[in-house]
Design a protein around this ligand. Structure first.
Ligand code: NOJ
Length: 545
């Protein structure tokens, strides 16, 4: 009892977003309440008890706003309206209340880089060159010969400039042509978006995940992006990754905007600002901002983007820990709606090892819905692809549909997600891989996640404790988490073969508190510790020498 009280008081010295676990919901796919095949807000409300049972502290919703759905909600036509597919504003208010009633937090997705081409701002902007909102977007003449303003490409393939016949200029869109980029150099745009933030913060939401934060400002001179080193320049090559977006993203001035967003966030108590940023570590950490007045958590996607290779991951963890600014709080992400699911990427056998890593590294973890039951990318036949990224680049196999499929709740029809055929198909094994089947099975992934989340709550060392790397080789990563008198050793075997943990300088003795193999729980581990292939151990140390 005393221990529990002591832990609670340690945690209370940290903010909720430092010791909590974030859970991302892709609203179209969590729970359908009105049998139209698409998830909605009342559906999410009906599943909040599950999230509370799982032990997560915070729910982040991908966009639920008014949208023509060209990019499934990341093309917003009214930042202050709820799309009828998801419900009403009353449903939203109810959701917020119910989340808070359960002691949890709610984050929304803010998409400030671009709007929908149906947003009234853009409709005005494109109506004439002298419309007061003309400069709210990035309009440009063609080059002398009528060519494109520069060589920038859309992330979704093809040129990033779209010709507008009426006003005889191009506009810039980093994503779809239905997603024109706002001109963040314009103070009116800044003010409008700060007011959007205030609207939701006034309602009581607990913060934002900011979409493509590093895209928000582009080079004032619109200089050409250089080809990616090693790739040959070819004007017909319209693949985004073949260029280095040095002039279209991560511009120095973006930090002023992030600071402005943070200042608005700080007008309210204990709200959090998270940035979606795909950049190398040394650049990523600049988004904490000067004096930590930038994003609270620039999302750290190392575990999503690196090969699943022990030396590379061990190095990235240490590089990240070393690069964090003083008082910059770390975070880790294992899955999201844009990337293949972890269980497909690293394989079923490694999925628990990955979870153990996510939930024992120092920093705020973000879990992607369904990963806790080991959901995998669902093979979607070509003629069922709906993701614009997949449709635009059919030869590259980059559709994001496979990782956005409905949550698998039960063995019922449509896995308990909906009474209607879902908007994306379920896997053939959803009758076997689902929450109901795993809930009371101590060997399941779901039980593993739940136990880990509980252990983080019970032991400050695992949560806000210090991190110390111990040993890594071709197969293993290991580190210690410590706080006060408590020390935990985590050993992760990222390979399929058995491995020996044998650090040269130190030897350790302790009790296995949790492991990927349930049978090992409670056993003593000491000296050279042998691990099976795909095994991970969480050991409470009794002594170190
Ligand atoms: C990042 C989002 O996560 C992704 O789903 C979306 O397509 C792009 N931004 C454009 O908004």
């Amino acid at each position: 009892m005393e221990q529990v009280i002591a832990q609670a008081s340690v945690l209370s010295q940290h903010l909720w977003w430092q010791h909590g676990v974030i859970y991302q919901i892709y609203p179209r796919s969590f729970q359908d309440s009105n049998d139209d095949g698409v998830g909605d807000l009342p559906g999410i409300i009906s599943r909040l008890d599950y999230l509370q049972w799982l032990g997560v502290d915070c729910v982040w919703l991908s966009p639920v706003f008014s949208s023509p759905m060209a990019d499934f909600g990341y093309d917003i036509s009214d930042y202050q309206g709820i799309h009828p597919l998801f419900g009403t504003m009353d449903d939203f208010d109810e959701l917020l209340k119910e989340v808070h009633n359960r002691g949890m937090k709610l984050l929304l997705d803010l998409v400030p880089n671009h709007t929908s081409d149906q947003h009234p701002w853009f409709l005005e902007s494109k109506s004439s060159r002298d419309n007061p909102k003309r400069d709210w977007y990035i309009w440009h003449d063609g080059k002398n010969d009528g060519g494109l303003p520069n060589n920038w490409l859309s992330v979704f393939g093809g040129h990033a400039w779209e010709w507008d016949d009426t006003t005889q200029q191009y506009y810039y869109h980093a994503f779809l042509k239905e997603q024109p980029d706002l001109n963040w150099r314009n103070p009116e745009v800044q003010e409008a978006m700060m007011n959007v933030m205030r609207f939701w913060l006034d309602k009581g939401i607990d913060g934002f995940r900011v979409d493509v934060m590093w895209h928000m400002i582009k080079d004032a001179q619109l200089r050409d992006n250089p080809p990616f080193p090693g790739s040959t320049y070819d004007a017909n090559d319209l693949i985004y990754d073949h260029y280095t977006p040095v002039y279209s993203t991560d511009q120095p001035e973006v930090h002023d905007i992030v600071r402005m967003m943070r200042a608005v966030t700080d007008e309210y108590d204990e709200r959090v600002l998270i940035g979606e940023i795909y950049l190398p570590i040394h650049k990523l950490v600049t988004y904490y901002g000067q004096d930590n007045k930038g994003a609270h958590l620039p999302f750290n996607f190392q575990l999503l983007t690196l090969p699943w290779d022990a030396p590379q991951i061990a190095m990235a963890i240490d590089e990240y820990e070393g690069a964090l600014p003083e008082n910059g709080w770390p975070n880790w992400v294992l899955g999201n709606h844009d990337k293949p699911r972890i269980s497909s990427r690293v394989g079923r056998a490694q999925a628990k090892v990955a979870a153990l890593m996510l939930l024992t590294l120092r920093g705020t973890p973000t879990i992607y819905y369904g990963d806790e039951i080991g959901m995998r990318d669902v093979p979607i036949p070509m003629n069922e692809i709906v993701d614009p990224q997949g449709l635009n680049m059919p030869d590259l196999n980059v559709s994001r549909d496979p990782s956005r499929t409905p949550m698998q709740w039960s063995s019922d029809i449509n896995a308990g997600f909906s009474g209607h055929k879902p908007w994306l198909r379920l896997p053939i094994n959803s009758g076997r891989v689902n929450v109901d089947r795993q809930k009371d099975n101590e060997y399941s992934k779901l039980s593993f996640y739940r136990k880990l989340i509980r252990l983080r709550k019970e032991h400050a060392a695992l949560n806000i404790g210090d991190y110390r790397p111990i040993y890594a080789d071709q197969q293993l990563i290991s580190y210690i988490r410590e706080w006060g008198d408590e020390q935990f050793l985590i050993i992760l075997n990222l390979s399929h073969r058995p491995a020996y943990f044998k650090p040269r300088q130190e030897s350790f003795t302790g009790t296995i508190l949790l492991g990927t193999e349930v049978e090992r729980i409670g056993m003593i581990a000491e000296d050279i510790i042998t691990l099976g292939g795909d095994e991970g151990l969480l050991i409470q140390l009794s002594n170190t020498k």
